[in-house]
Design a protein around this ligand. Structure first.
Ligand code: SF4
Length: 381
């Protein structure tokens, strides 16, 4: 594996080869940190140390008639998730404000289902227009399932900057994970959104029994499709879903998958999406070396680490939140979010210090053990 050669190629904005991508995936755990460092050089070349924060708002949850086997929202899923129909305008407003106040520069409006009716598209178009009026610089991504040209144009006219529709896995693996629609259906919707002038957000889910060749296949398919934003999900094996027994990912493997994606998509917005906390665990700060985008706080049906922990991780790892056009690859995002986020972190830390100053922190802020052995308190397990 010639990491120097791969880095040089990607620094020019071109993809490494399929064989090189396979080598990255097949590398030993011992090589993972070198691979992350190589991908990190490419990430810094195009995005500096900026991190884009996306905030998910699940407008409608569960009860989908499709049978995507990885999805806790599919009709056959017994996963114990929240199931509800459309949020009210006030609930949407409240959710958006929460994301914006913590520094999100993109709000992702997601509704479960095969695709929106005309009435539902009109409803979401109204929501998009309202959010733009309240937060003119905020980026809005919509994710509503399959679209036709009319619906895509309506969303574009309302100001949907991006449309998310993931390819999820390689074409040859697709029928193993879903039978109610095809890979071609998904490609078609991504292209429909693009025809309407909406930027394509499309990514994958790793850990569904795919081969390395299939992972590389979908990585290159996303590049050929012109996805400008590429979310990488790691399968969350929800109890009650057909893929619940899959346990094929390790933190090191996840980091190699993300690094391979960076070397194939050097200058795309690469997002570590669902499964980051569950699979990457203590190595999460290394994600920021490779990805320039994460979701803030919770996902659609699962909880992430708290938004404040996300912000602390970004700061502690030496990165900063991307604001509108701030030179680290910012693209037309809302101004002022970075400063609001910094203030939110400071307030959070001040609150923690104040709350803990009497019984937990020493004079230098070292958290003294006051639980477990030698105390009446339960240990930190
Ligand atoms: S179409 Fe979307 S919401 Fe429905 S089961 Fe598939 S992934 Fe889940």
């Amino acid at each position: 594996m010639d990491l120097e050669q791969m880095t040089a190629t990607a620094m020019r904005g071109t993809s490494i080869t399929r064989d090189e991508a396979l080598e990255v995936l097949a590398a030993d755990d011992a090589e993972t940190l070198s691979i992350v460092a190589a991908a990190g050089k490419v990430r810094r070349r195009f995005f500096g140390r900026g991190v884009r924060l996306n905030y998910l708002v699940s407008l409608k949850s569960g009860m989908c008639p499709e049978n995507c086997s990885y999805c806790s929202q599919s009709l056959g899923s017994d996963a114990d998730i929240l199931r509800y129909t459309w949020l009210t305008d006030d609930q949407v407003h409240e959710a958006v404000e929460m994301g914006v106040s913590h520094g999100a520069s993109t709000v992702c409006l997601v509704a479960s289902g095969r695709g929106p009716s005309r009435r539902e598209v009109a409803k979401v178009a109204g929501i998009v227009a309202r959010i733009h009026a309240e937060h003119p610089g905020l980026h809005i991504c919509t994710c509503l399932g399959f679209l036709d040209d009319d619906k895509a144009e309506q969303l574009a006219a309302a100001g949907s900057d991006r449309y998310n529709h993931n390819l999820n896995t390689a074409e040859e693996h697709y029928s193993d994970i879903c039978s109610t629609h095809s890979y071609a259906d998904r490609v078609n919707t991504v292209q429909t959104a693009q025809r309407a002038g909406i930027s394509a957000c499309s990514g994958l889910i790793a850990g569904m029994g795919e081969t390395d060749e299939e992972l590389v296949e979908v990585a290159f398919a996303l590049r050929e499709l012109g996805a400008e934003s590429v979310p990488v999900n790691f399968l969350l094996p929800f109890e009650g879903t057909p893929l619940h027994s899959h346990r094929e990912l390790t933190p090191q493997r996840c980091l190699r998958i993300l690094s391979m994606m960076r070397l194939v998509h050097p200058d795309s917005e690469l997002r570590s999406a669902a499964g980051r906390e569950y699979h990457i665990r203590t190595l999460q700060p290394l994600v920021l070396e490779v990805c320039n985008s994460i979701f803030l706080g919770d996902y659609l049906t699962s909880e992430g680490q708290t938004g404040n922990d996300d912000l602390s991780m970004i700061r502690d790892a030496g990165f900063h939140i991307v604001d509108a056009s701030d030179g680290d690859g910012g693209i037309c995002f809302g101004r002022g979010n970075h400063e609001r986020a910094r203030q939110a972190v400071e307030e959070e830390l001040d609150g923690l210090r104040a709350a803990q100053s009497h019984d937990r922190l020493d004079g230098d802020g070292v958290p003294i053990r006051l639980r477990g052995a030698g105390t009446a308190r339960v240990p930190n397990v």
